[in-house]
Design a protein around this ligand. Sequence first.
Ligand code: AHG
Ligand code: MN
Ligand code: MN
Length: 334
Amino acid sequence: MTEKIKITDYFSAHINGEHRTALTAILNDVITACKKIAIAIDSGALEGTMHNLSSENVQGEVQKALDVITNEIFIESAQTSGYVVGMASEEMEEIIQLDEDISPNGQYLLLFDPLDGSSNVNVNISVGTIFSILKSPGAMPVLADFLQPGSQQICAGYALYGTSTMLVLTIGNGVHGFTLDNELGEFYLTHANMQVPADTQEFAINMSNYRFWQAPIQRYIDECLQGEEGDREKDFNMRWVASMVAEIHRILVRGGVFMYPMDSKIKKQGGKLRLLYEANPMSFIMEQAGGLSTTGHMRILELVPSALHQRVPVIMGSKHEVERIATYHGKTKR
Ligand code: AHG
Ligand code: MN
Ligand code: MN
């Protein structure tokens, strides 16, 4: 059997260029955060942390105790490297600026969703953590510094707390997945150069929203459901975990298309998923794995954000299906 490659050895061999030292240090903190979050989730029922809180987050969503706990773990862990000067999270209304004594080398911004799919946490279904790393334009970052298009990301990744704990990330040279060896407390490379198949017969969408969708999505799903008897002349399968991380991971492994499109119920808020710490990092990963990601009308990575917690419609996954759905929207821009 060939020797297993530790995540830190992988970084030493593959992270090059101007961000090398900083990125390696920041990712070490992210690894620590994800290991601690895995333990917090694993012991949630035993520790009594699976309940809802009476508080809501900035998005007006009910918070679970673990939303808050995992947010605190991430913030604390990410202060070791000294390179992170600002943070933003789904669970915090405002950005965090780190003082010079905590971030003497601070040049980077870390954006994250500490617990993705948190409605699944107390029913023992997979959840995740999503993160995105940007270069900070200024020494003391302000809100505007976080509002960079996703194409500016230096690194993006997610942890999946599933049948095993995995860390999957891109630094712009493909997508690589690492699995946690619980006994050794170490992530090892298990999924090198993940590639999303261009064709698929599997889609993921919350079907209960059918009547609120716009015509292009209804048309696409109708055709999938007609299967062999319709224009597509093939049957489709459906999955909906309600944890974006789990859906995207499945698509990276075996293909598929994931959609949380615009619908009339969520139109006012711009969509369901958040651009900066859900849609952008996942779009970067998806494109690096050979897939596509669009709002239906434009490439998500080219959107210029206007607010920290901005939401967007998301359609991503296997190239040929995403292209088809974009065509149904009257595609103007990839
Ligand atoms: P979060 O738990 O971070 O708020 O994100 C949940 C998101 C995403 O992970 C998932 O795809 C979607 O919300 C599920 O939404 P529905 O409950 O509307 O299906
Ligand atoms: Mn989320
Ligand atoms: Mn979340």
